[in-house]
Design a protein around this ligand. Structure first.
Ligand SMILES: [Fe+2]
Ligand SMILES: [Fe+2]
Length: 193
């Protein structure tokens, strides 16, 4: 079973995935404006998601495993550390690749090789999508589940609270509606609780 903090983050994975699909549609259609706005939003939302994992989820899980008290569930500290190290390397990869794609898309308006550059950006986004799929699955199956096993209900509520706070902390260039609403699922409730 996935814990409340895990459910919250897994829900964010689904929203990011929907946003990524919209980005791919815009790029496929050659719509530079929509491509840029969607990529900017996807990048920013992924950055905030990653920050919540770095600042709150990963340290709490590792800290608990470093002081096991009759621990019969979850991985060993070294197993968890190695999984988290890999996940952090993925995060660096995503941010680096997306920053490059944003830079290219931003400077493209007057360029005369739009088709070629768009092709490169689309390839980068596919690379990010493939690695993100595996990454999210590892998080949901391992780290998010460990938080259920390791934390009592009170600790999970505390973790959920700080994660929600982090996810609601969006850059000022976005409006709340832009930030919280993924177009494909307008009927859904806003993600910020
Ligand atoms: Fe992650
Ligand atoms: Fe995640």
């Amino acid at each position: 079973m996935i814990s409340q903090p895990g459910q919250r983050l897994a829900h964010d994975h689904a929203q990011l995935d929907a946003l990524l699909k919209q980005l791919q549609q815009a790029l496929k259609a050659g719509d530079l404006k929509a491509g840029y706005t969607t990529l900017d939003l996807f990048w920013a939302r992924l950055a905030v998601h990653i920050r919540a994992e770095h600042l709150h989820l990963f340290p709490r899980v590792l800290s608990r495993l470093s002081k096991p008290v009759n621990q019969t569930v979850g991985p060993s500290l070294s197993q968890a550390q190695s999984v988290v190290d890999d996940l952090r390397a993925d995060h660096d990869f995503f941010m680096h690749k997306l920053a490059g794609a944003i830079g290219t898309l931003r400077d493209m308006t007057n360029s005369d090789d739009v088709a070629e550059r768009l092709k490169t950006i689309r390839e980068t986004i596919i690379e990010v999508e493939k690695r993100l799929l595996v990454h999210n699955e590892i998080e949901e199956r391992q780290v998010y589940n460990w938080s259920t096993a390791l934390f009592d209900q009170q600790e999970q509520i505390e973790l959920l609270t700080v994660i929600n706070k982090e996810l609601a902390h969006y850059p000022s260039r976005f409006t709340f509606d832009t930030w919280a609403t993924v177009t494909e699922s307008k009927a859904e409730e806003p993600i910020v609780q």
